[in-house]
Design a protein. Structure first.
Length: 281
């Protein structure tokens, strides 16, 4: 895999879906994150930039995962403030997936990769901020963005786990049947959680088990699932998956996230540090 020259100074790591380092520009960022005193996957509503600048959190790795980059609006605020100044934090990392480009395919690289990128001083140069602005402006490409097929595929997998065809069937389930389904999912989490660390698909399976448990008892979550026009329906699932993959804590005040995290034995980040001193860059 070849990288553009602009990437050479920017800290970025490409991994297989089983955590194998394939290429790094400034050392393996997965290992950098693991060496931090704490690891934290943040929800979209958390003021991660301020928290990551507190002296108390200088040795905490803040991970902006799938939930953050899909739900942040405007998206450019991940890499710059509202005045257009670059955001720089050595302890903040963006985590996502890179699909193969046309050039990658011609070079024989056809498999998607996991990507970890540090929010260093070079990040703003790598991210096409002007392109992001055009993407998000009225009439831009964002309005054409369509993830409905992948969402539909995930919904089918969840329904299959619950042995139903339609989400509305849960409302007709007898209490004993719900308890039986919940116990099966609980045991699945217990069996598979030890295999989540550094393994993307296993952690995704466990997060899906937790989400399915939530569906059994949360009418709000079932309503979101039934809404065909809700693009962030699996945002909470992705956050939990990221935390399992990195063996990290989570930062969220969302009731659904906290419930799913409890199912998976994840720890919530203590917000008491928000009163500490800031070491802003």
């Amino acid at each position: 895999m070849k990288l553009p020259v602009d990437y050479e100074k920017h800290a970025i790591t490409f991994l297989s879906f089983y955590g194998k380092e394939l290429l790094s520009t400034q050392g393996n960022l997965f290992e950098v994150i693991q060496k931090s005193a704490r690891r934290l996957v943040v929800d979209n509503h958390i003021d991660w930039f301020r928290l990551s600048g507190l002296l108390d959190n200088s040795n905490t790795a803040f991970i902006l995962g799938t939930t953050t980059d899909r739900e942040s609006s405007p998206l450019r605020l991940l890499v710059e403030d509202k005045f257009g100044n670059p955001k720089v934090r050595q302890n903040v990392f963006m985590f996502g997936m890179k699909s193969p480009t046309h050039e990658d395919i011609l070079d024989g690289h056809r498999t998607p990769l996991l990507v970890i990128s540090q929010l260093d001083e070079y990040a703003i140069k790598i991210f096409d901020v002007d392109g992001i602005r055009k993407f998000e402006q009225p009439g831009g490409e964002k309005v054409k963005w369509n993830s409905s097929q992948s969402i539909a595929d995930e919904k089918e997998k969840v329904l299959s786990l619950l042995s139903i065809k339609r989400i509305e069937e849960i409302d007709q389930m007898p209490a004993r049947q719900r308890q039986t389904e919940d116990e099966k999912l609980r045991l699945s989490i217990e069996r598979n959680k030890p295999r989540c660390f550094k393994r993307f698909w296993e952690s995704n399976d466990v997060a899906r088990f937790a989400y399915s448990r939530l569906l059994l008892f949360s009418k709000k979550t079932r309503n979101e699932f039934a809404n065909a026009n809700y693009p962030n329906v699996f945002g909470d699932l992705h956050l939990v998956q990221n935390a399992l993959f990195f063996n990290a804590e989570f930062a969220s005040n969302d009731a659904a996230v906290m419930k799913m995290a409890k199912y998976c034995g994840l720890q919530k980040f203590g917000m008491r540090v928000s009163e500490g001193r800031c070491a802003c860059q």
